[in-house]
Write a protein that binds this ligand. Structure first.
Ligand SMILES: CC(C)(COP(=O)(O)OP(=O)(O)OC[C@H]1O[C@@H](n2cnc3c(N)ncnc32)[C@H](O)[C@@H]1OP(=O)(O)O)[C@@H](O)C(=O)NCCC(=O)NCCS
Length: 299
């Protein structure tokens, strides 16, 4: 027998109704009160979005149809979550940065819009700062951090405890594996694979010259690059399209497109001709969904 009102439907899934206002993908923005159990119902009583009772929603938030927010998530104001996205326990969304005088870079505590696309997964303990855009189908792993002004494309993976620092641009279909650090002001293209525990850096002066965005610049990693585990990529380095960096390399100079570089310091050991059989053989398989051409740099 169908439930006669929304409350019955929600009891069956262990929730209680706070608002009967209906949420649509492009619908109104809701102001939820912290600590309420909230399930939005559409007019035909189908579940629209499910928010666990322990979720803290600190201001205006939009949660798209079919999305689920699990226990102990904190959502700061101006966060927009797309359709069918799942946010797991203890994740923090839209957090404004908080600096101290020890920080060379000025951070603004201002809360700006943050958006998380459709069909995303935000894993437990991930922290997404304010002024971040995450494209559809992207997975943010357990304990990962995505800092303010970061832009991450569609169908990406940011692995377990990986860190995407401030003002980083990442294209579509890019995979950043566990424990990797992408430094502030870096650019990573589409279809890139970055192995575990890779580190990038953005300041050759190591803080002695203060902070200026002109000086403090991370690497640019062009489309279809693959970087082996444990590599270090130094500030301002450009890794050319389609190149491979061997595991454990220390990349101190630009790497031309379609090159295999390895060692410490990394040296180009051979060229991978664009589109050739050998280049394809050398490539790790990184499925990039169609229509996701978001190029950065390139010759
Ligand atoms: C760089 C790489 C792709 C080269 O593969 P390859 O062309 O098959 O190379 P080979 O294994 O035939 O080795 C060729 C030579 O390079 C050396 N070599 C291989 N990888 C090296 C590396 N990362 N750093 C330094 N030297 C390396 C080998 O010791 C060998 O030297 P030798 O000719 O003196 O014996 C591969 O070794 C690598 O580093 N892969 C990264 C794996 C990874 O990190 N995956 C992450 C996700 S699981």
């Amino acid at each position: 027998m169908p439930p006669d009102d929304g409350k019955d439907a929600m009891k069956s899934c262990g929730e209680s109704l706070v608002s009967k206002r209906c949420s649509h993908a492009s619908g109104p923005i809701y102001k939820y009160a912290a600590s309420f159990r909230t399930v939005c119902m559409s007019s035909n009583r189908s579940l629209v979005a499910k928010v666990a009772s322990t979720v803290r929603i600190l201001g205006k938030t939009h949660i798209g149809r079919g999305s689920q927010i699990h226990d102990f998530v904190t959502i700061y104001p101006r966060v927009r979550i797309g359709l069918d996205t799942e946010v797991f326990e203890n994740a923090v969304l839209g957090r404004p940065p908080r600096g101290t005088r020890a920080l060379a870079r000025a951070v603004s505590p201002k809360i700006l819009p943050t958006s998380i696309g459709d069909f995303c997964v935000i894993s437990p303990h991930a922290t997404i700062f304010t002024d971040v855009r995450i494209g559809d189908g992207t997975l943010i792993g357990d304990g990962a951090s995505v800092r303010e002004r970061a832009r991450i494309g569609k169908d990406c993976i940011v692995g377990h405890c990986a860190a995407v620092s401030y003002n980083v641009r990442i294209g579509n279909g890019t995979k950043i594996m566990d424990g990797t650090y992408i430094s502030g002001n870096s650019t990573v293209g589409s279809g890139v694979f970055i192995g575990m525990l890779v580190s990038t850096s953005n300041d050759n002066h190591m803080g002695t010259e203060g902070y200026s965005e002109k000086v403090v610049q991370g690497p640019t990693i062009e489309d279809d690059v693959r970087i082996g585990q444990g590599s270090c990529i130094l500030p301002r380095i450009r890794v050319g399209q389609g190149s491979i960096i061997g595991a454990g390399a220390v990349v101190t100079k630009d790497v031309p497109p379609y090159s295999l570089a390895m060692g410490m310091p990394a040296r180009v050991v051979r060229s991978l001709k664009e589109g050739s059989k050998s280049a394809r053989k050398d490539r790790y398989s990184v499925p990039v969904p169609p229509n996701h051409a978001c190029k950065v740099g390139g010759p």
